[in-house]
Design a protein around this ligand. Structure first.
Ligand SMILES: Cc1cc2nc3c(=O)[nH]c(=O)nc-3n(C[C@H](O)[C@H](O)[C@H](O)COP(=O)(O)OP(=O)(O)OC[C@H]3O[C@@H](n4cnc5c(N)ncnc54)[C@H](O)[C@@H]3O)c2cc1C
Length: 518
């Protein structure tokens, strides 16, 4: 792509304060009396619905109370699962759906944002032979799923047994004494979950959707919603032919009668130095459980995320959930069962927690509640889509939109998102030829040269803004000009994930303020 066509393509997908103000004014003007589809909630699900609707040629509006990716979508493990976990609990349909959606993300829609990740289970003295055989059987079933979804082994290699030396090459701090080797299988990993949401929203904007952050739905039904501009406090009603509630764990606030059963999942953030340069997901069985693991995942900015808990979180839903002390202890003690030197709280850079938007199905533990998504239509026509997971956002969006269009009697083209590349996507050959550092190509794909251009000839704008991050000023400028970042929180907590370490965040604050003001 030459510079002129790249700029035109980036501009068409641009989200920023000016576009937001213009589009809000258009929606409030008498000329716009109604839109086709109003989507509420700018997480992965809502952004996916907006893209689906806009790409079917429908006049689409997405409103988000805070920022894109503000909710659960930024607190995930950032894995694009092939559904192994669901297979173990007998949910073959969900497992296959995950494997198919993983293939679509890896090969067609977001090959720049999703990379293959080896996941290694070390066989330690505490791992029984029966336990190892169970894991091996699960991995083989995962291979069958991969093949059935059409993902070639050249992209996600077959699972296999590892020699002890291979385990230690992937995970150098694993306890070597008594190590019998390991098992490895391959899955997909996102460079970052919030970046997927932003890419979806920008692709929707490129197809004509109006994407309005800091715009809350105060109430909604099947024919519109009362919206409030969170920057001015002004409210107005927007009429729509159909309305889709994609507000995740907050869905019950707009759809009374819907009972969710939020479950908290916590991760720790550690420096790569604590793991001696981890290059695989280190997967450690939870002692005493057959199908539960704690994993350490290599992450950008020289970090490792250690997760994951599954704790019932009843009561009011907070904007930003907090990890409990007991969860931090559980994660440290479980991962330590595999390590030579035990990690302690002193090693932590930070921690984060998210709430799974699970539907209440009356099951005992939240870990057993179905991860299948649900589309529910209220008597007034409001369609709610909830549950599921990041990996299957596209399928959730398609199901929700199909249901909403059928209910409202709206004629539209069939869904196109299976083969619709997100902004920045390209074939392996195209991505390999992008004239930019690999780190940027993995975050911005074919748009990476436009990020470099934000430096405007100043080499300092292409160097890290602070210790603890590789993020540059050019990236912050791109985020404000094209990715809808309106303030320092958007920049540090969602367009970049510097904020996952409070110390790093503090050090990067001045650079962020220089881009969007304090
Ligand atoms: C700890 C954890 C780890 C996970 N790991 C993985 C993983 O590795 N892979 C995977 O595939 N899935 C994973 N998941 C599941 C996945 O993250 C979620 O299913 C998914 O992110 C939910 O997205 P959503 O868009 O439905 O909800 P959200 O991301 O919560 O989006 C809802 C949005 O609606 C907005 N909103 C709320 N009320 C209003 C209103 N009145 N008006 C306007 N906007 C409103 C919120 O601000 C929010 O941004 C994980 C989940 C958790 C909790």
């Amino acid at each position: 792509m030459n510079a002129t066509s790249l700029n035109a393509s980036v501009d068409a997908a641009s989200l920023n304060g000016d576009r937001r103000a213009r589009e809000l004014a258009e929606l409030r003007s008498p000329e716009v009396d109604s839109v086709d589809v109003l989507v509420i909630g700018g997480g992965v699900t809502g952004a996916g619905v907006a893209l689906d609707a806009a790409s079917r040629g429908l006049r689409t509006v997405l409103v988000e109370k805070h920022d894109l990716g503000f909710g659960t979508s930024r607190w995930s493990s950032k894995l694009v699962h092939g559904g192994l976990r669901y297979l173990a609990s007998g949910a073959v349909g969900i497992a296959r759906e995950s494997a198919v959606e993983r293939d679509i993300l890896l090969r067609r829609t977001a090959p720049h944002l999703v990379q293959p990740l080896p996941q290694v289970v070390p066989l330690l003295p505490g791992t029984s032979f029966a336990g190892a055989a169970l894991v091996r059987a699960g991995f083989l079933a995962g291979d069958v799923l991969r093949v059935s979804a059409g993902t070639p082994s050249a992209l996600l290699p077959r699972s296999r047994r590892l020699r002890p030396a291979e385990v230690l090459r992937y995970a150098p701090t694993v306890e070597a004494a008594g190590l019998r080797g390991g098992l490895v299988f391959w899955d997909g990993q996102l460079v970052d979950d919030a970046r997927l949401v932003v890419a979806l929203a920008r692709t929707a904007a490129k197809h004509g959707a109006r994407v309005l952050t800091r715009c809350a739905a105060l109430e909604a039904d099947g024919s519109g919603a009362r919206l409030r501009d969170e920057l001015t406090g002004e409210s107005f009603r927007l009429a729509a032919r159909t309305v889709i509630n994609a507000t995740g764990v907050w869905a019950g606030e707009l759809a009374p009668g819907l009972t969710l059963r939020p479950s908290r999942g916590t991760h720790l953030v550690l420096p790569q130095s604590a793991f001696g340069g981890l290059t695989a997901g280190l997967t450690v069985p939870v002692p005493g459980e057959t199908n539960r693991f704690v994993f350490a995942l290599p992450a950008p900015d020289g970090r490792v995320y250690v997760g994951l808990t599954d704790e019932a979180a009843p009561g009011p839903v907070p904007d930003v959930p907090e990890p409990a002390d007991s969860e931090i202890e559980f994660l440290l003690s479980t991962i330590n069962t595999a390590l030579r030197r035990p990690l302690t709280r002193a090693d932590l850079l930070g921690s984060f927690a998210g709430l799974r938007p699970l539907l209440d199905d009356g099951t005992g533990r939240t870990a057993d509640v179905s991860r299948k998504h649900a589309v529910l239509t209220a008597d007034d026509g409001l369609v709610t889509v909830v549950g599921g997971k990041l990996t299957t956002y596209r399928r959730m969006a398609e199901d929700a939109l199909d249901a909403a269009l059928a209910r409202a009697g709206i004629q539209a083209r069939p869904c196109r998102t299976r083969a619709l590349p997100l902004v920045g996507a390209g074939s392996p050959a195209t991505l390999a030829a992008v004239p930019a550092p690999l780190r940027l190509v993995r975050r911005y794909g074919t748009e990476a040269p436009a990020v470099l251009a934000e430096a405007d000839g100043d080499p300092a704008a292409l160097t890290p803004i602070a210790p603890g991050t590789e993020t540059t000023l050019a990236e912050l400028r791109f985020a404000a000009r094209h990715e809808g970042a309106l303030d320092v929180d958007d920049l540090l907590d969602r367009r970049t994930r510097i904020g996952l370490s409070p110390t790093d965040r503090q050090q990067a604050l001045a650079a962020a303020e220089s881009v969007v003001g304090g």
